[in-house]
Design a protein around this ligand. Structure first.
Ligand code: ADP
Ligand code: MG
Length: 238
């Protein structure tokens, strides 16, 4: 579904990605961990071309993403950010139906119907006419997930989706993500919620210093990491 080959990304003189290689199969959930500043967000942002990169290739379903129209690409690759990024002047329903109507020419009636179904799925149908400021952080993030799903993406990227939340609101968002993973969505999730990683990830990928330092099933990475850097990082966060 997704193949990243020898990806290099620089900001000026700062080399952030130094040859990242990663393949993701359809329906796989990959959890990405690693030290702050190691390039995790930059990697996700390259995948839907929020950042351009200097060399290397990213293939979506076998096609180089540089060959895909960028707006089309972003309908196929959904993204959820730490800071929700909902439109503050629009209610939940308006937040959900805007992009599919504008970008996919979905008829309004169909968009509203789809919004109902997705809000039901994330447990927020009762908030359909609420504005973002009337929602808790956990509710906002569930709306952001529903909004991304409105486009029927083939891959979902999550960049620390629970790091801005009060601790008691983390669980409801992880639950929605877990259900999504179980429904067969292909997901890349940057998170340090190690319970989620252990229970939901097919693989954990440890990114440090701009490269994939180590990857493997949760069992292996969490219990028996091979690389010194992985061991040290896990010792610090667990
Ligand atoms: P992570 O998500 O793993 O914490 P990031 O991908 O956000 O790491 O950042 C990797 C490095 O790139 C950091 O040193 C960060 O300061 C730098 N960086 C990120 N975005 C930009 C930018 N737009 N301009 C310049 N430097 C950036
Ligand atoms: Mg980051």
């Amino acid at each position: 579904m997704l193949r990243i080959e020898n990806l290099h990304k620089r900001f000026g003189n700062l080399e952030v990605l130094k040859g990242v290689n990663l393949s993701v199969k359809k329906a796989e959930t990959i959890v990405i961990i690693g030290p702050s500043g190691g390039g995790k967000s930059t990697l996700l942002r390259c995948i839907n071309r929020l950042e351009e990169y200097q060399s290397g290739k990213i293939f979506l379903d076998g096609v180089d993403i540089q060959q895909i129209d960028v707006n089309k690409l972003r309908t196929r690759v959904g993204m959820v950010f730490q800071q929700f990024n909902l439109f503050p002047h629009m209610n939940v329903l308006q937040n959900l139906i805007l992009a599919p109507m504008k970008v996919k020419n979905m008829p309004e009636e169909q968009a509203i119907e789809k919004a109902h179904a997705l809000l039901q799925r994330v447990g927020l149908l009762d908030k359909i006419y609420a504005f973002p400021e009337q929602l808790s952080g956990g509710q906002k993030q569930r709306v952001a997930i529903a909004r991304a799903l409105m486009m029927d993406p083939e891959v979902m990227l999550f960049d620390e989706p629970t790091s801005a939340l009060d601790p008691e609101l983390v669980g409801e968002v992880l639950e929605v993500m877990k259900n999504l993973a179980e429904s067969g969505m292909t997901m890349l999730v940057v998170t340090h919620e190690m319970g989620f990683a252990r229970d939901v990830a097919d693989r954990i990928v440890f990114i440090s210093n701009g490269v994939v330092e180590e990857e493997g099933p949760p069992e292996q990475i969490l219990k028996n990491p091979q690389k010194q850097r992985t061991k040290e990082f896990l010792r610090r966060i667990l």
